[in-house]
Design a protein. Structure first.
Length: 481
């Protein structure tokens, strides 16, 4: 019953990791909520069939009985409250991934709030100032293994914040969440977490791929010349997935990590989705009926995850897609001459030069790291996570440059909370023309990022590969008033 197309997959090489920026699949099955004054999310056990029938239903953890959780749609500058009820057997929180809100609502157990215990509730009140695509999920780094298990069991969802004034010709607006699950032959989630063999390599990779909690490929029928807007989020624990588009007239990126960018067509129609990545894309379909456009994930071999089939009469020709309006408080330029410089130096993990190689048996790796939560080092020592001192403290308005140094044989994916960053050119003489909050750092490479520390509070800087985060790739920084 295991999805053989995902078993034993090779890792993407460096060129694949650098070739694109986003990834996508599509589905119409995510339920949307109107924006009430208070949105209620109840985290509780449930069931979901993750493999085709006659596979058994899988025991999962859900928000409001759904995995992924219900789609939340808000308007920019519209106040909202999300009320989390915890009906799980573990403490949890709700983190709005990528949302540049107030620090007290960031949902990080042990840093910005106490964990929400079983039977308790907590209200997250905020006013979204950014339009874009965001995710929500637990974040409990103070509880060893808690984030990895809760995410793997199904606790993730998407929040879309709509633009106040943006008009475009769109035929279908689709929320998309891609996940992979490590299931047993009995169609249940593998209950063994905190494996050094995962933490010391790529993280917990699954063997069953889903889109919005359903098996692939998803087949959607649309009229010729249709334009589809895809709101994309990567909710897998660890997998970095190159994806490609075939048969599209055009596939255009409008926004990355919740921030608008100048529209562009990805190189070779290939993009990358990493854990925590979010993308806003539009796709134009062929003008004739009976055509088929394919979205595929490249995992050793291409695996079709979405088929867009044209049928019926064509819709009118569309005007060029306009740029999304910029979000506020994003500096057009960063003055790097007086920037505060900081290091985020990652080392550790299993060496590919080891005689046992990348495919070393788990028992061999476990013998080297009996504690799966102490595999990685930061700045030449074992980090103390949210319990220790900040990696740096700055006053509000300070420009900060952080050198993300990956001294390991495995890619790292690093997120900065509460802020968005520019990826600098090699000589710090410019930056890439878009904002990010989730940055892929290839193995044995350095990527420098710069940002304006404009959001007061205590903020995480961490891996979005959850097992790497729990194994030591996590610290925090402080922005003072």
């Amino acid at each position: 019953m295991i999805n053989k197309s995902l078993a034993g997959l090779p890792r993407p090489d460096r060129r694949q990791l650098l070739a694109g920026i986003a990834a996508t699949v599509a589905s119409t099955s995510v339920s949307a909520q109107p924006p009430p004054s208070e949105i209620v999310l109840t985290a509780a056990p449930g069931k979901r069939r993750l493999r085709p029938e006659p596979a058994a239903e899988t025991d999962v953890w859900c928000y409001n009985g759904e995995t992924p959780g219900p789609l939340i749609r808000l308007k920019v500058n519209q106040p909202a409250t999300i009320r989390l009820h915890n009906r799980l057997p573990q403490p949890t929180t709700l983190h709005l991934s990528g949302h540049r809100g107030v620090n007290a609502m960031d949902g990080v157990a042990g840093l910005t709030q106490a964990a929400v215990n079983p039977g308790e509730s907590f209200g997250y009140s905020f006013t979204p100032r950014d339009a874009g695509v965001f995710l929500y999920h637990p974040l409990v780094p103070a509880i060893p293994g808690g984030t990895s298990e809760q995410a793997e069991r199904g606790l993730s969802g998407m929040m879309i914040v709509e633009e106040a004034n943006w008009q475009a010709e769109i035929d279908r607006d689709i929320a998309v969440m891609i996940d992979d699950w490590r299931l047993t032959e009995a169609d249940q989630i593998d209950p063994v977490f905190a494996l050094a063999a995962d933490t010391a390599r790529l993280g917990r990779l699954g063997n069953t791929l889903t889109v919005n909690g359903k098996t692939v490929p998803e087949v959607i029928t649309l009229p010729p010349r249709a334009r589809v807007r895809l709101r994309i989020g990567g909710i897998m624990n660890a997998r970095i997935a190159p994806m490609t588009f075939r048969g599209m007239v055009r596939a255009t990126v409008l926004g990355i990590d919740g921030q608008p960018c100048e529209p562009f067509d990805p190189l070779r129609k290939q993009v990358i989705v990493a854990p925590g990545s979010r993308y806003d894309m539009v796709m134009d379909l062929p003008e004739t009926a009976g055509a088929e456009a394919i979205v595929a994930v490249v995992l050793g071999e291409a695996l079709a995850i979405m088929r867009l089939v044209t049928a019926g009469d064509p819709v009118p020709v569309k005007k060029p897609i306009p740029e999304l309006p910029p979000n506020p408080l994003l500096p057009p330029a960063l003055l790097l001459q007086r920037a505060r410089r900081a290091e985020f130096n990652i080392a550790g993990g299993w060496s590919r030069k080891d005689p046992a190689g990348a495919g070393a048996p788990p028992a061999v790796i476990a013998a080297k790291w009996p504690d799966a939560y102490k595999v990685w080092t930061l700045n030449h020592g074992f980090p103390s996570g949210v319990a220790g001192k900040p990696i740096f403290s700055v006053k509000k308005g300070t420009v900060v440059v952080v050198a993300l140094t990956n001294r390991s044989d495995w890619p790292q994916v690093i997120r900065l909370h509460g802020h968005v960053v520019r990826v600098l050119h090699a000589l710090d003489d410019g930056w890439e023309p878009f904002f990010l909050d989730t940055v892929i750092v290839p193995e044995n490479r350095v990527v420098r990022i710069a940002f304006n520390a404009d959001n007061v509070g205590k903020w995480l800087i961490r891996s979005t590969i959850i097992e790497h985060m729990e194994g030591g790739v996590i610290s925090w920084f402080e922005v003072l008033p």
